[in-house]
Design a protein. Structure first.
Ligand SMILES: Cc1cc2nc3c(=O)[nH]c(=O)nc-3n(C[C@H](O)[C@H](O)[C@H](O)COP(=O)(O)OP(=O)(O)OC[C@H]3O[C@@H](n4cnc5c(N)ncnc54)[C@H](O)[C@@H]3O)c2cc1C
Length: 407
């Protein structure tokens, strides 16, 4: 059978399976409500759980992972087809969201560096959406200069004993496990004495305190470690080589922040140009009334299209081998620029209506625009700031000499 026939068959089978298994209650607004974090009735909640189970049985919560670890072993082309067909009927993949930083970051890093035992013990529960993971990198004095981190892990013979403090740990209060960078050799140069550990969060040695954000949410914590324990087999990758493991995880994180469709989301949003006309009005010829806004809107739409075509090209070129590299830094920065510019434009179009916090005079979309604009500020900080990505691009892609962060 030719590759073309294979593709056709896979699309037809995928379509048929989705028609049969994606519950109708989720098609009629249920999926949108669940993704938007809104409360749903009992029947819809039961259907959502049924849908999770069907997806997991099929391996489609983590479609590209090997079958033995809970995935379906799909290649890039099949992944695109699956995502297209899911989007076409408004289906969604709840699994990545149920694992915090698991599916997008820790999971792929375990696939890259884990022992067979680590893969078998950590990946299948993640693929079922059962375990929530956080990332313990940043510390009060180590953000961009992450290599200076001082949380220390000492080998006491039976296990590792960890002492120190992490900060900005997303979801630490609700996580069962953490992928953590710790110092295991204080005498080595700073990047050489770091190790990556898989740490169980449910233990008395770990406490968390929520940090409140400007958007009103508290998605992350300060995390305190006082004689916390990590099992000896919790070391991911070689001892004192955690810097390489940690950088790999960041590449996975940045790739997940590029706007690629890692989880198929039903997209029925109003087009930006239509929203602009609705709020700002049109001239005699039906064009957006404000010529200056029109020019900036076109510029943004072209940038967004170029970003999305670049992502598509990378996925096509990968032909199944979805690999991450330093180029994730370029994509992360362009995704950030596209998303933040979009938020600014939306606010400008909406005027006062785009600055509501609560109240009946604002439509749900307007309130969401305000919160989205504020929480979108985090995109140029989380996973390594905009400036740090530029440093990585300069050094690792353009080959320019390193002038900062030596160590
Ligand atoms: C929403 C969100 C979620 C996060 N989740 C997590 C998480 O789960 N786990 C975790 O460990 N961390 C997390 N972080 C923390 C994040 O990784 C850090 O905030 C980030 O690395 C920047 O570090 P910092 O805040 O200490 O800023 P700093 O490093 O103090 O930087 C301050 C400013 O100086 C600039 N700067 C610093 N050094 C340089 C340089 N060499 N060259 C040019 N400019 C420079 C930066 O770009 C930035 O603008 C999260 C952050 C956010 C916003």
């Amino acid at each position: 059978m030719s590759a073309k026939d294979d593709t056709k068959t896979f699309r037809a089978e995928t379509k048929a399976w989705l028609q049969e298994n994606f519950p109708s209650s989720l098609r009629e607004g249920g999926a949108q409500a669940i993704l938007g974090g809104r409360k749903v009735d009992e029947d819809t909640a039961r259907d959502a759980e049924l849908w999770r189970q069907h997806l997991v049985d099929q391996g489609w919560g983590t479609p590209t992972w090997p079958k033995e670890y809970g995935g379906a072993g799909l290649d890039g082309n099949q992944l695109n087809i699956l995502q297209d067909e899911m989007a076409a009927i408004g289906a969604y993949n709840p699994i990545p969201g149920m694992t915090g930083n698991g599916i997008t970051m820790v999971g792929p890093t375990i696939l890259d560096y884990g022992t067979e035992e680590q893969k078998r013990s950590h990946l299948p529960p993640m693929a079922r959406g059962e375990i929530y993971w956080c990332i313990g990198y940043s510390e009060p004095n180590s953000g961009s200069d992450l290599a200076s981190l001082s949380t220390k892990a000492e080998d006491n013979g039976d296990c590792w004993i960890i002492n120190g403090q992490k900060i900005w740990t997303s979801g630490a209060d609700i996580s069962q496990w953490c992928g953590m960078l710790v110092r295991t050799d204080s005498s080595a140069k700073k990047r050489d004495g770091i190790s990556f550990m898989l740490v169980d969060m449910n233990q008395p040695g770990i406490t968390t305190r929520l940090i409140k954000l400007i958007s009103g949410n508290s998605p992350f914590c300060e995390t305190f470690l006082t004689d916390a324990r990590a099992e000896k087999d919790g070391l991911l990758g070689p001892l004192n080589e955690g810097w390489s493991v940690g950088k790999r995880l960041l590449q996975h994180e940045r790739f997940s922040q590029t706007g690629s469709r890692s989880s198929a989301e039903p997209s029925k949003a109003e087009r930006l140009e239509d929203m602009a006309k609705r709020y700002v009005g049109t001239d005699d010829q039906g064009n957006l009334a404000d010529a200056d806004l029109r020019a900036r809107l076109v510029d943004h739409l072209m940038g967004a299209r170029a970003h999305s075509l670049t992502l598509q090209r990378i996925a096509d070129e990968a032909r199944g081998k979805i690999e991450v590299s330093a180029t994730a830094s370029i994509l992360k920065n362009s995704a950030t620029t596209v998303a933040q510019t979009r938020s600014e434009l939306v606010l400008e179009m909406m005027g006062h209506q785009g600055l509501g916090w609560e109240g009946a005079e604002f439509k749900p979309g307007e309130l969401a625009a305000t919160r989205g604009w504020l929480s979108g500020k985090a995109m140029s900080i989380a996973g390594g700031s905009f400036e740090i990505q530029k440093n990585i691009i300069g050094k690792n892609i353009l080959g320019l000499p390193e002038t900062t962060q030596q160590g």
